[in-house]
Design a protein around this ligand. Sequence first.
Ligand code: GAR
Length: 204
Amino acid sequence: MLKAKIAVLVSGGGTNLQALIDSEKSGVLKSGEIVLVISNSASAYALERAKNAGIESAVLLKKELGSQEAFEEALIKLLDEKGIELIVLAGFMSILSEKFTSHYENRIINVHPSLIPSFCGKGFYGLRVHEAALEYGVKVTGATVHFVNEIPDGGKIIMQKAVSILPGDTAEVLQKRVMQEAEWEILPMSAELVCAEMIKTRGV
Ligand code: GAR
């Protein structure tokens, strides 16, 4: 059976990309294949991870392309050229327009480091999510994988996993625990779920 072609969009360290790469090796991700990594930052360590895994990568810079619209047009061109079926946002720190998200309806998923609908939406990304959770004083947080639509962090939820907040946690400590206990587990599992469904419906 032909695997679904996956592109992973990144901006930084790429530990979630690594979890996806590892899950392909371990067999958790078996219905999809990562064929392309796209970064919107030239210095993202995620690019090294792609290289080490022998995965093709590309860098698209909004600054060079001139506008968000031009950036998204270049992105669509690249994704369509490669026949990408699933787009995984793994620490991709840029909000995509409705034009883009509607072009790939139900074909974009994102991992967010909180239990949506808490601590999500515009302005909540990376460490700031964990700072907000600690500031609020919640005792349980976690991660969510969801489909991406025109509302930031507003698409249908695919999987969630809860993680305890412990006394003395800093945002950095909590970020690491949420990644280890939740994100790196539910992102590959969700990618597999969506790819398996895609393959089933395309009937190959
Ligand atoms: C992850 O915690 C991811 O959930 C978060 O950024 C980090 C990226 O780490 N994403 C967001 O906050 C998106 N709203 P990584 O580059 O090591 O995967």
